[in-house]
Design a protein around this ligand. Sequence first.
Ligand SMILES: [Zn+2]
Length: 263
Amino acid sequence: MECAEAREHLSDLNRGHLEAGTAEAVRAHVGQCASCAAALQREAEVRALIQARAPRYPAPPALRSRIQAAMAQDAFGGPGWRALLRSHPWTVGSLAGAIAVLLLVWGGTLWMARDPVSRLAAQAVAEHVEYAKEMMNRPIPDPPALVKELRSQVDFSFEPIFRGDSQVQLVAGLVSDLLGKRAAAFVYRDGSGRYTTLFLMPEAGTTIPAENRMPIETFKPHHRVTSGRHLLLWKQRDLACLLISDLDEAEMAAMFLKIRKAA
Ligand SMILES: [Zn+2]
């Protein structure tokens, strides 16, 4: 088997969709071709990432409203569902394809970042941007209910937490994974529609860089700018805290104080 033919079968091989003879031939080729072996490995990694992350991408609004319409029309399994699925044969494949492209770009950015804090920053900013997009048209939840919900989803204590004030609202609390560590993420929105995301996670294994400390009253969090957004990193109690914001530097410092003093 030649490379070109083997490449066409890599995805099906990973999914176990090949008949035995073809699978055997592809495996034989991959066994003696380093570049196809690497391609097979990448394919498996991208597939695993899609499976791990895909559920967090919401359905496009138009599709969501059609699903709701189909649900209203009749119960599960009725003709409404069959019509909906027939009209969207492309949905699963194209969404997965789009996510795969995003992940390759995103993975490339992470790979280029040198140190753990840079990788943490790159991933956290990507999450922040994603949250801001998702939150844009959502109704504001009740902060106590939101905090209670999140409390049951993480295995560390993150309270007390800043729950918003007259200038900024707490609009979401989510479970996130930053470089493989489970984190609680709180998303705030101000009156101008600018977002700030606070990530909290157990501090073990996180080192706050000694350089680039920003003096804010008596505090000195690490400060950097990643992809045009200000980012602060510090420790409090036994938590590592990461703040990413659309705000400018002075407004970010004010936001930091609200969060730092609430804890
Ligand atoms: Zn090959």
